[in-house]
Design a protein around this ligand. Structure first.
Ligand code: BDR
Ligand code: CA
Length: 312
């Protein structure tokens, strides 16, 4: 199975992504780090701990908190309202005794350097921790097998602004650092996550599966679908982060084009926009941008893995 490190900001879809990853035999989750994004670092870390408990993750799974804001801007990111109160749509999960260590960028670098070429870093929030890791130990990036990023909108409109997707908008300088690093980066953005919405009925079906994890996932997806419907007119859940994780577990799930990419950091109306140059893949192939998805296969995999938690 593929060894992965997951950096996240739960966040409804981050929570589903963690549940998915921890139930997938194709993935070997070696640690979870948190970053400010959908909600504050404190809330994201608290939510992640509760979700790890829900997934019955082993007590000694490395769990490390990271940056409380963007790498180059003093302001804290405002909460993403689509995730509801507290970042998990008001879902009331029991408190966790899991304490997070501190220093995610340094910890990520140490993991990469200790296992050269082995680890895939899956980044599901603003790229603050990943950029800080590259600044701290540039050689750590080269020791990773791949960086899989949920973020950006290459050929479609953004979600937080017309030009930008939330994760890239929240820390554009960090996203630019990662995309321009020359490291192998795979971008799973709105081009594919919007094409793989989980319908409301499917959320209800998941909620009816046995077990606390499936019930919680169903509740999260249902609320997410309804809030998405209010904002974008379709009552279905964009489970962005879970799609990025699933793409690592199932390499054939998405279709990609290769090239290079950067992020606009200065534009008054385009800040955070992904600019992917896919015109001359023979020049550089460092970045792969996902543009096609088998949506039915994604929903099926998600349901299978959540059902795997059983009635425990
Ligand atoms: C991304 O931003 C957050 O709202 C989600 O958790 C996801 O990582 C989608 O734009
Ligand atoms: Ca996220």
């Amino acid at each position: 199975s593929t060894p992965v490190l997951i950096d996240c900001d739960p966040g409804v879809d981050d929570a589903i992504a963690l549940l998915y990853a921890l139930a997938s035999p194709e993935l070997d989750v070696r640690g979870v780090t948190t970053v400010a994004g959908n909600t504050s670092l404190t809330h994201a870390t608290r939510n992640a701990a509760r979700v790890l408990d829900l997934a019955a993750a082993r007590a000694d799974l490395p769990f490390v908190a990271g940056l409380a804001g963007p790498v180059a801007r003093p302001e804290r990111i405002p909460d993403e309202p689509i995730h509801g109160a507290g970042g998990l749509g008001g879902l009331d999960l029991p408190d966790s005794g899991r304490a997070a260590a501190e220093g995610a960028p340094e910890w990520l670098a140490a993991q990469a350097l200790a296992a050269p070429g082995a680890l895939t870093l899956v980044a599901l929030g603003p790229l603050s921790n990943v950029a800080a890791m590259l600044a701290h130990r540039p050689e750590a990036g080269a020791a990773l097998r791949e960086i899989v990023v949920m973020g950006g909108a290459a050929h479609c409109q953004g979600n937080i602004t017309p030009a930008a997707e939330f994760n890239f908008f929240a820390d554009p300088e960090a996203a630019r650092t990662v995309l321009e690093s020359g490291l192998p980066v795979r971008i799973v953005g709105l081009d594919v996550t919007r094409a793989a919405l989980v319908p409301l009925e499917e959320a209800d079906r998941l909620a009816a599966l046995p077990g606390a994890a499936a019930a919680a996932a169903g509740t999260l997806l249902r609320g997410f679908a309804l809030r998405y419907g209010e904002r974008f007119g379709v009552a279905a859940a964009p489970v962005h982060d879970a799609l990025a994780v699933t793409a690592v577990a199932d390499p054939g799930l998405l279709d990609y084009e290769s090239g290079s990419a950067t992020v606009e950091c200065d534009g008054a109306v385009t800040r955070g926009a992904l600019v992917a140059d896919l015109r001359r893949p023979e020049r550089t192939r460092a970045v792969r941008v996902a543009l096609g998805v088998d949506a039915a296969r994604f929903t099926r995999l998600l349901a299978d893995r959540l059902a795997g938690y059983g009635a425990a």
